[in-house]
Design a protein around this ligand. Sequence first.
Ligand code: SIN
Length: 545
Amino acid sequence: MTSSTPYDVRDAEVIVVGSGLAGMTAVLQLAPRAVTLITKTAGLPGGSSLYAQGGIAAAVGPGDRPEDHAADTVAAGAGLVDAAMAALLTRDGAAQVRRLLADGLPFDRAPDGSPLLGREAAHGAARIVHAGGDATGRTLVTALAERVLATPSVRVETDAFAVDLVLRNGRVCGLLACHGQGWVLHRAPRVILATGGIGATFARTTNPAEATGDGLAIAARAGARLADLEFVQFHPTALAVDADPVPLLTEALRGAGALLLDGQGHRFMPDEHPLAELAPRDVVARAIGRRVAAGEPVFLDLRPALAAKPGGFPTVLALCAEHGLDPFAEPMPVAPAAHYHMGGVVTDADGRTSLEGLWACGEVACTGVHGANRLASNSLLEALVFGARVARDVAERPLAPLPPFALPRPPAVAADVSHILLDAIGAEARSALYDGAGLVRDGLGLLAARRKLDRLAAALDTLRCEDNDAEAPPAIVRHWGEARNRLLVGRLVVHAALAREESRGAHCRSDHPLPTPASMSRTLTLSDLAGFAAPLPGDAACCIL
Ligand code: SIN
């Protein structure tokens, strides 16, 4: 902190970090409490929810039951789903979706007003509600963002990068954030992390640039319990173009009849799984990934789906057009990409973490509903259900007033650090994680990734400074902070993937190809990471007073 860097202190009853579906759901449910919503994006809405094409899974159709949806969720999770949490998700979820339908949210409907229900992989029934065809996430969070911005009790802080939690005696007392104009200590007895996933820690992802695992890293540095970090879902059909993020070709296309073809135009999925194109997502992703890794292109022929659902895929058509591709004329090239993190900050059914005063919801949380593999379209559902549950718990839970504490000193970054240098570190980290801890992993590749990430983390740490007269401006500090989070998350994922010497769900180890009957530890904290690599000062830089 220099005299030229302003440092402000603001008080709130509750802080919500993140501007996707989970965070905004929590914020709206908390009104009229004084809530501060902090987001590093330039406006609302932000995060991966905006990019979600697939829809929301909910047992709201005739004859469908939450129990059946829960059974599909448990089956997809390869033995690691918490059945009670899946029951809660599907029961609360059906009720929530019915409420949103009654509330007039713009879901796609039949002429009689009933929701149009789509089918996706590994679901035993057509139970996916959509909005705007394949623009479900965008339609939903845009509508919610308007409500948030019109709610007088909510203070929205955009362009505000959450750096670290402030702890006193193990209790969360607020959050230090780097805003466009300087530092702000947000003092609050309750903090909700709704920061989304970690896709942008991988070189090839469907997630937006902001998905750098900030909430996971913040919670890890504060000592929170984390779980299932090795389980990263790769979406099978991202458009194989040079873009970041890579455009998604929604699974709903395959639900509506789109076919996967190899380089010879042969439909290969019936040889891989009885459910063919609608096999579980990890099976489809690996079938495609194997071919792509062998140098064979794979294509998705969208034409059967476009004919079956005219007007149903405006987002997909726009994305193809942006890349000069015409899916009516020819099949589209596809390849898997990092898409969703099943692991995260351990929470209970009300989103409480292991730290007093800290809650988490949405993709950053690990509630146990996804296990080793998430069922398609359960993520927006999870955001809705647990965003609301967290808000209810936060509102009902009495907490003692905050103890007095001194202003924490923000991390300082040397003045000569450039965006170019930080970009280079970030790009190397992303490649290391994608190459070593991608769709198919093995011990040697994971160890190589670990060495690279450790080296990059050490290099990043040398960019900190103690000299108050020579510190970088907030934009560089934020960039440095994202790189720090990316590296910590990458190292945690690699650590967990090395420890799980089996293949299960989305975690596929070519050197341990079968699931093992032995139960393995699923939780860890930052101290476990320090146990295998020399602890770096950056990892312990949480504002512990
Ligand atoms: C998709 O549209 O294929 C993605 C939906 C999801 O990840 O659940």
